[in-house]
Design a protein around this ligand. Structure first.
Ligand code: HEM
Length: 429
């Protein structure tokens, strides 16, 4: 494993790091944001600077945008794709691509994950998963979300001072996703550790150490999920993964690899992001207590508050597409094969769509126009669950602890693509 992991790290992390560093040295803002960690705590001035340079910035290697209009159009365009057609690459690039993936243990954002494939494969995949992951199934989870939140809050009330991520923001979504996937309680902590390791792989610049740790976690996750799915097929439970594993629709079903990848993606996408949404929401509300007053007076705004957090402090800051053909986006030409980095967190602060974009306003009328869940065919499949979990969690937390306050310096996760807190020390009041 060691040699192939080293090779893959070279192709997936080292090569992009060197290219991004060169572009950053040439003054490009998008790459500078990727390589300069000191900008990660507050990337918003960089997004403003990018928009001031133009809606679509042509870099040496990648194009970049922090414009809402450009990002929306790219995400909704059938010309822009997630998967790379190896046949369209030069022989050297094709060899590099083949070296970059661990075909046996792909990550949550690598093919054949739904997130990394285009139609028609994506259409089949998404149609089948959506059959099980319905609005009704999500709504039915609400009492369970409340029950788990209540239990966690009871435990928190025994302490005056604690880490909100460890005691609330992380365990709530982990338990919900574990229940969706039929994962036994004894595996919850392990799932959290695997999810944390897999989340890191979304960043383009990893040290060999974290790349290797992620590769080991992914291999272990695949092995465990394989056994778990075999067990669910033999002995299906009430969970959604059991339903998916036994689903046959219009002669189609998900094969073993597709099922495993769905479970892996839901593990990675399902709680790593929601943990961040809850944490970012708590931080935004504590920094803007007047907004808590608004919510106390008018609790019906809690759902909009979740969307405002997704806009104001997006848990997923960046995604990427490439043009499968020559394209024109909002009037700008994009040549075939060109990669475009979409700063979702920057588009969500575009003043042409959101008035006073740097203000956190739970009553904002168009908060839902954010791109925090992406757009187009890859629009987050778990959006309604994430909205439900976060609005319920935030409401119940502040109802229980109206005097909740920061009790130390919050620490952000050292990641660029996913934005959230590693530690959020609070006193329960
Ligand atoms: C705050 C919480 C969440 C955020 C911010 C979020 C964000 C996103 C984003 C930005 C994408 C698309 C990325 C792209 O277009 O390149 C996505 C896709 C996806 N998300 Fe989420 N997500 C969240 C929660 C969830 C949950 C709870 C689940 C599942 C239970 C989930 C499952 C998925 C899946 C399966 C996809 C792939 C959809 C496709 O490719 O068709 N997400 N999510």
């Amino acid at each position: 494993m060691a040699r192939s992991t080293l090779l893959r790290w070279g192709v997936q992390s080292l090569a992009p790091t060197l290219m991004l560093r060169r572009s950053a040295r040439a003054g490009e803002l998008g790459p500078r944001l990727a390589v300069d960690r000191s900008l990660w705590d507050d990337p918003f001035p960089s997004y403003d600077a990018m928009r001031a340079q133009g809606d679509l910035i042509k870099g040496r290697v990648v194009y970049a945008t922090a414009s809402h209009a450009v990002a929306s159009e790219v995400l909704r365009s059938p010309v822009f794709r997630v998967g790379i057609n190896a046949d369209s690459l030069a022989p050297f690039a094709r060899r590099m691509l083949a070296l970059a993936v661990d075909a046996k243990h792909p990550g949550p954002a690598e093919p054949p994950s739904m997130l990394a494939v285009d139609p028609p494969q994506h259409t089949k995949y998404r149609r089948l998963v959506a059959k099980v992951f319905t609005a009704r199934a999500v709504a039915a989870l609400e009492p369970r979300v409340e029950e788990i939140a209540d239990e966690l809050l009871d435990r928190m009330s025994r302490q005056r001072s604690l880490d909100l991520v460890e005691h609330f923001a992380a365990p709530l979504p982990v338990r919900i996703i574990a229940e969706i996937l039929g994962v036994p309680v004894s595996m919850h902590r392990q799932m959290l550790e695997w999810g944390n390791a897999a989340a890191v792989t979304l960043d383009p610049m990893l040290t060999y150490r974290s790349f290797r740790a992620a590769a080991i976690a992914l291999r272990d996750m695949h092995t465990w999920l394989d056994q778990h799915l075999r067990e669910l097929r033999r002995n299906p439970g009430d969970d959604l993964l059991s339903k998916l594993a036994t689903l046959e629709d219009e002669g189609e079903h998900l094969d073993d690899v597709e099922l495993r990848m769905t479970a892996l993606l839901v593990t990675g996408a399902g709680f790593e992001t929601t943990v961040n949404l809850i944490g970012n929401g708590v931080a935004a509300l504590l920094a803007n207590r007047d907004q808590l007053d608004v919510l106390r007076a008018e609790p019906s705004y809690w759902e909009n508050a979740a969307d405002e957090v997704l806009r104001y402090d997006s848990p997923v800051q960046v995604t990427v597409r490439h043009a499968a053909e020559d394209a024109v986006v909002c009037g700008y030409p994009v040549p075939r094969g060109q990669f475009v980095t979409l700063m979702l967190g920057g588009a969500n602060r575009d003043p042409r769509v959101f008035t006073e974009p740097h203000r956190f306003d739970v009553r904002r009328e168009n908060a839902r126009e954010h791109l925090g869940f992406s757009a187009g065919i890859h629009f987050c499949l778990g959006a309604s669950l994430a909205r439900l979990e976060s609005s319920v969690a935030l409401r119940m937390l502040f109802d229980r602890f109206p005097d909740l306050a920061l009790d130390g310096q919050p620490v952000r996760r050292p990641l660029r693509v996913l934005r959230g807190f590693e530690h959020l020390p609070v006193s329960t009041g």
